[in-house]
Each structure stands twice: as structure tokens, then as C-alpha cells.
Design a protein around this ligand. Structure first.
Ligand code: FAD
Length: 414
């Protein structure tokens, strides 16, 4: 569908109406942005919006959207701007609505094990509040300090503990949101069992800002694990990786809370480019697995974990393993897994994908991608040539690569 061009006059009228209704403190104009960046982590080109709305309440969001709707003024919703898909970027002519001032915990209900928060609350604030209350908030990802709960819901974020607790969708019990015409939907229901009508919470989860502005959410809290055991395992082949997963799910008393598989090409890249990170095993293996289990009984769990790993070593499922002896060891293992947070610096102009395969197919799919990318890199394929030029231009480089990969001087094209 072709997008209707945004008329500057209509935009000016909308901004004037927004300023009149909400005031200059809430609706700021480009001259007042003060060098603020309107781009996320994807590297998608983004420009300044024609106005920035920073509401404090759901009513103010509703007023803003009602006015924009009246003037057919496009709006882009922004959370912590850590997204990797460009969904919060400004294409040109939009107003940006940031939920940054809708920030804070509204209520923690220890009996229902829920927390109600404003959408602009950073994930880390939610995690810390849950921990302080004797619970755990299960979503965790590298951008925890900056990303917001509204953004986590809008992107249906996954993170490190999906295998045990599910994605963001599984952490949300209810969502309050404002539709484009200013009407407010959803509420503050705290029930796990809720079969009343359409499931708007699930419709809004993963909607990437296209359906509504999420203003608050009721989150599900989990029992806080008292013991965490972590191991870094060297694996002989992909069949061993899936065997380890199945056996760990079967045998570890508290189940598997994280199972992160890493390929040697990834570990080599991290070793070379981030030498400050400590790689746990000196030996090389076909695959690496970061295995974690979270339970309630530290002594029982630790013994069961070690016994399990010893059995897997004896059975030849694992080739070698290191068990974290301290929180610092575990953090060092996780630092290797979380290294992609450095990709924007290490690989400028990259495009990131979030691709899912069934467990049984992932090894084969990754191997085929690897082979095809290597073949493409060794060839004169014009697709690679074009993407290298794009990458060079995006990163602002003054050189670009020709068909044979030779660097050529070239003024930056704007
Ligand atoms: C270092 C790092 C690690 C990451 N790791 C993971 C990971 O392990 N797993 C994973 O799934 N993702 C990961 N991400 C990406 C992740 O999806 C985002 O970090 C996060 O969920 C987006 O939240 P945000 O507040 O920054 O949203 P933004 O980037 O501001 O926005 C993202 C999208 O959500 C929309 N949106 C934001 N707020 C609202 C709202 N209140 N109402 C409606 N729509 C809204 C925006 O319009 C946009 O389309 C990572 C990102 C970084 C930088």
C-alpha cells in the first residue's frame, strides 16, 4: 500500500494544536530538542520529528493521539531506543511520542505475585524492584539499563531466559494502551486465568507501535531463585548439543534456565575483537554451550549439577566443561554470550536478524548459512558488492570496496 505523503501544512497545524492543548513542557519543537538523537541501535537512517511529545499520564497520551488523529498526523512511539529493527526511527514528517516520563513502579502485589508499572519504566528498574520484593522478573537482556517495559512488550522481547520462562508475552498479565483515536483500552487485571473475550494483551504484544501506545502493564513475577549454577561446555557436534539439552531438562532438579549455543566462528571473533573477555576453556570445540539452572536449594542443586556434568563427560556428550565457582565466573561466561552488545561499534553498518528454527534444525540451518555466506564473500556476487558499498556509506566511511574488495577513495555520498 502506498503511504500518503505528509503535508507540512497539516503537520504545522497538528503541532500548533498539540502545543495549545498540552503546553510547551510536553510538546517541544525542533529548536528545543537540544541535540537529542532519534535513532535506535539498528543503524536505520532517522531524522528529527516535527515535534516531540513527552506525556506524563495516560490522559495526556490520549489527548495527543486524538489531536494527531484529527489532523491525520503520523506518530512514532519511542521507548528506550534500543530496538534493532528501526521501528522507533523517524522517517520524516512524524511527531515522536516518547514514554520516558511515564516511568515508575505503581504497585507490587506479593500475594498475586504481580507488579504494575508505567510503560516508560526501564527493565532494570523492574528487575531491581522485583528482587527487592523477594521475587524475580524473568525477562533479561543486554539493553536492560535503557530499554523500557513498553518497548519490551511492543517488540515481544526474548532475552536470556526464554527457555524456562518464555518471552515478554509470558510475563505480561494485562496492558493499558491508547488507540490512535485517543480511546483507552485494557486495564490492570492481575489474573493468570483470564478468558474474558478477545486477548488484547497478546494482540498488542509484538505490535511494534503499530496498533497503540502502551501506557502501563501488569507484569507477572516469579519465585526468586536461591541458587544459580552455570557451566561453559565444549561440545563435539550438534547432536551432542541437542542431547545435552534433552538430558538437562530431564535430570536437573530445577530444569534449565538458560541454554545458549555458540559457534566457534563467534567465539573466535569475540576472542580477537574483545581480548579483555575471558574464554573459559583453552581447548577448541565444534560448539559451546552456556548451561544455567536456577533453583531453591543451593547445596542440593550444586551437587546435582556437578554429578550431571560428570555423567555427560563420561558419556561423551560433553568434551570438556568449566563450572562457575563464583558470581564473577558466571558473569565472565555471560559476558561472552552478551558480546553482540558491542556489534554496533565492532561491525558498523551491520543489519541484525532475529531468526528462529526448531531445535532439531538449528545446527543444519546455521551450517548452511555459514557455507553460503563464505561462498558469497569469496565470489564477485553483485549483491555483496552493493551491500559493502551501502555499509561503507552508512558508516560514513570515505572509502568503499570495489567488486574485488579493493579499497577506493571516494567522497561520502549524502
Ligand atoms: C544490547 C542489546 C541487547 C538486546 N538483546 C535482546 C535480546 O536478547 N532479545 C530481544 O528480543 N531483544 C534484544 N534487544 C532488542 C530489544 O528488542 C530491545 O532492546 C527492547 O525490547 C526495545 O525496548 P525499547 O524501550 O528500547 O524500545 P524502542 O527501541 O524505543 O522501540 C522499539 C519498538 O517498540 C515500539 N514502542 C516502544 N515503546 C512503545 C510503547 N510504549 N507503546 C507502543 N510501542 C512502543 C517502537 O515504536 C518500536 O517499534 C537488545 C538490544 C540491545 C541494544
Amino acid at each position: 500500500m502506498q503511504q500518503e505523503p505528509i503535508s507540512a501544512t497539516r503537520g504545522n497545524e497538528a503541532v500548533a494544536a498539540l502545543r495549545a492543548a498540552l503546553g510547551a513542557d510536553i510538546v517541544s519543537l525542533p529548536a528545543e530538542f537540544g541535540g537529542r538523537r532519534f535513532a535506535d541501535w539498528s543503524g536505520t537512517p532517522s531524522t528529527d520529528p516535527i515535534a516531540l511529545i513527552r506525556p506524563r499520564t495516560t490522559e495526556e497520551v490520549a489527548t495527543a493521539l486524538r489531536i494527531c488523529h484529527q489532523f491525520r498526523q503520523p506518530v512514532v512511539t519511542q521507548g528506550g531506543m534500543t530496538g534493532h529493527a528501526g521501528g522507533a526511527c523517524v522517517l520524516g514528517g512524524e511527531v515522536a511520542l516518547s514514554v520516558e516520563r511515564m516511568n515508575g513502579v505503581i504497585d507490587i502485589d506479593p500475594v498475586s505475585a504481580t507488579m504494575t508499572v508505567f510503560a516508560g519504566t526501564p527493565l532494570q528498574v523492574v528487575q531491581e524492584a522485583a528482587d527487592h520484593a523477594g521475587f524475580m522478573f524473568a525477562l533479561d537482556l543486554g539493553a536492560r539499563g535503557s530499554c523500557t517495559i513498553g518497548g519490551n512488550i511492543a517488540t515481544n522481547a526474548g532475552g536470556n531466559r526464554v527457555i524456562r520462562y518464555g518471552m515478554m508475552r509470558d510475563q505480561v498479565l494485562d496492558v493499558e494502551a491508547v488507540l490512535a483515536d485517543g480511546s483507552v483500552i485494557g486495564g490492570e487485571r492481575k489474573m493468570i486465568k483470564n478468558n474474558t473475550g478477545y486477548d488484547l494483551r497478546n494482540l498488542l504484544t509484538g505490535s511494534e507501535g503499530t496498533l497503540a501506545v502502551i501506557t502501563r502493564a501488569v507484569l507477572r513475577l516469579r519465585a526468586k531463585p536461591r541458587a544459580i549454577s552455570t557451566a561453559w561446555c565444549g561440545m563435539p557436534d550438534y547432536a551432542a548439543v541437542t542431547t545435552l539439552l534433552g538430558r538437562a531438562q530431564e535430570r536437573l532438579p530445577a530444569g534449565v534456565s538458560a541454554f545458549e549455543v555458540m559457534w566457534p566462528s563467534y567465539c573466535d571473533f569475540v576472542r580477537q575483537r574483545l581480548p579483555e573477555l575471558r574464554v573459559p576453556l583453552a581447548s577448541d570445540h565444534a560448539y559451546y554451550v552456556l548451561l544455567e539452572t536456577c533453583g531453591a536449594d543451593p547445596e542440593r542443586q550444586s551437587a546435582a549439577f556437578e554429578e550431571f556434568l560428570a555423567d555427560m563427560l563420561n558419556a561423551g556428550v560433553i568434551a570438556d566443561a568449566a563450572i562457575a565457582q563464583s558470581d564473577a565466573d558466571a558473569a565472565a561466561f555471560w559476558a561472552i554470550r552478551d558480546a553482540p552488545a558491542e556489534y554496533p561499534r565492532l561491525i558498523p553498518g551491520r543489519i541484525s536478524f532475529d531468526i528462529s528454527f526448531a531445535v532439531a534444525q538449528a545446527g543444519d540451518a546455521a551450517q548452511r548459512c555459514d557455507e553460503r555466506l563464505r561462498a558469497l564473500a569469496a565470489s564477485d556476487d553483485p549483491r555483496l558488492w552493493a551491500s559493502r558499498r551501502r555499509q561503507s556509506a552508512r558508516s560514513g566511511a570515505r572509502t568503499w570496496l570495489d567488486r574485488r574488495g579493493h579499497r577506493r577513495r571516494q567522497a561520502r555520498r549524502l
